[in-house]
Design a binder for this molecule. Structure first.
Ligand code: GLC
Length: 413
């Protein structure tokens, strides 16, 4: 037999450390199994990635065997991937329920959780101390006050480019994630509820959008409405912000040798509101193409990439959060990274999921409409009530679902 070569495409943020680590992982896999792996490059934004994945998954395209999929894609791409449940029964039963649920469509396990991601608050411990705060803000309103005060103080010292809070306000999927966090925490619902009610046009969501619009140009740069993940990370790492909303992956670069804020920051759950404290669930899963000529080998690669050894090593080197609860019990995981305790808790009780599974193939349009509506409020093009009403009607048109109030109570995954 000629040795099998698998093709693998991943949408990971590829830093130098990450690329080196992955190269070693794949070489190790080849040594253990004799299977070669060819890696394809991928574009930066979720939307471009999805377009490329669709292209690669066209019948006859002889695309990759193994793909990572964003946690919001299972309902979009389920027909193109095999059901992994028979191969990963233990991972499914022992996994974080909310994460596993996000990769499951009609009882098909479309992807196996690979990288667990959640929106978090990064904060400057040195500045909090200097301005007399004992800990990070627990509510969004507190964040607003603290950010304004620290910003005023730093500017008075001559740091003219200093900002209180940076986040992701560009009209991309990341804005969907940010805005969902603000509104869900305030009881403003999840845009479309689990029972398919379009709930977005409600006073709590509207107030949460209005508050964020107020941040633009006051505690956040005017250019915030064009910021993606890397833009906010750059301002933050330069030492020019007191707070940042970003994914778990923001940690590695912030703490890298030579980073001006190394050892001057920590990470907490995002601030909350009257309904709780939540971060949007992000991350990727590994999926096997149903067009693959080597599904057996492809499943082997998936099994290797989510193995305990690979995950433990990644948690240490790349600060990647393990995807399986039992890994958080290991001293070699938790001791170098005590903040993982926070993540393991957040993955149980602090997740808000985007309405991707209930809207399936329509999720892209739904998210696009939502993010553009919020963006128009942030830029001042439309008032929040106006944008919410128009969005509600548009979502009815896209999905055919009915309008109604958000689900009541404290958010549970
Ligand atoms: C991160 C998340 C992903 C999300 C994307 C938005 O990569 O892991 O789920 O869709 O950010 O920019």
């Amino acid at each position: 037999h000629a040795p099998v070569t698998l093709t693998f495409v991943d949408q990971e943020w590829a830093t130098t450390t990450f690329n080196q680590e992955r190269e070693q992982e794949l070489q190790q896999f080849t040594r253990e199994t004799g299977i070669q792996v060819k890696l394809l490059p991928s574009p930066e934004s979720t939307r471009e990635q999805l377009a490329l994945w669709r292209e690669l998954l066209r019948p006859g395209a002889s695309g990759p065997d193994v793909y990572t999929i964003d946690v919001i894609w299972p309902g979009i791409l389920n027909e193109d991937f095999i059901d992994l449940k028979p191969y990963f029964a233990n991972e499914v039963s022992g996994g974080f329920p909310a994460i596993t649920a996000s990769y499951t469509v009609d009882n098909q396990l479309v992807g196996v959780p690979y990288d667990a991601n959640i929106g978090l608050l990064y904060y400057r411990t040195d500045l909090l101390r200097e301005y007399g705060y004992r800990g990070p803000p627990r509510t969004w309103d507190e964040l607003e006050t603290m950010a304004a005060r620290i910003q005023a103080g730093e500017r008075a010292k001559g740091k003219k480019e200093f900002w209180g809070f940076v986040w992701q306000g560009a009209a991309t999927e990341a804005l969907t994630c940010n805005a969902l966090e603000w509104q869900a925490a305030e009881g403003g619902g999840q845009v479309i509820e689990k029972d398919k009610t379009i709930s977005v046009n409600n006073p709590d969501a509207i107030r949460a959008w209005q508050r964020a619009a107020r941040w633009v140009g006051s505690i956040s740069p005017p250019g915030e409405v064009g910021y993606k993940e890397w833009d906010s990370l750059n301002v933050w790492i330069a030492g020019d912000a007191a707070f940042m909303r970003n994914w778990t992956l923001g940690y590695v670069d912030s703490q890298a040798a030579g980073s001006p804020i190394r050892n001057k920051f920590d990470v907490s759950l995002l601030p909350g509101g009257k309904a709780g404290r939540v971060g949007t669930l992000g991350g990727t899963g590994l999926a096997v193409s149903r067009f693959s000529a080597h599904p057996r080998e492809a499943v082997e690669l998936v099994r290797y990439l989510i193995s305990r050894d690979v995950q433990v090593k990644r948690s240490r080197l790349l600060s990647e959060a393990p995807t399986r609860p039992e890994l958080y019990e290991l001293p070699e995981v938790i001791e170098p990274n005590p903040r993982f305790a926070l993540l393991s808790q957040a993955f149980r009780t602090g997740i808000v999921a985007r309405p991707s599974n209930i809207t399936g193939k329509k999720y892209e349009d739904v998210s696009n409409a939502y993010m553009l509506a919020v963006h128009s409020v942030l830029t001042g093009a439309r008032s929040a009530p106006e944008a919410a009403t128009a969005l509600e009607n548009e979502l009815v048109r896209i999905t055919g679902f009915k309008k109604g109030p958000p689900a009541k109570g404290i958010i549970k995954p």
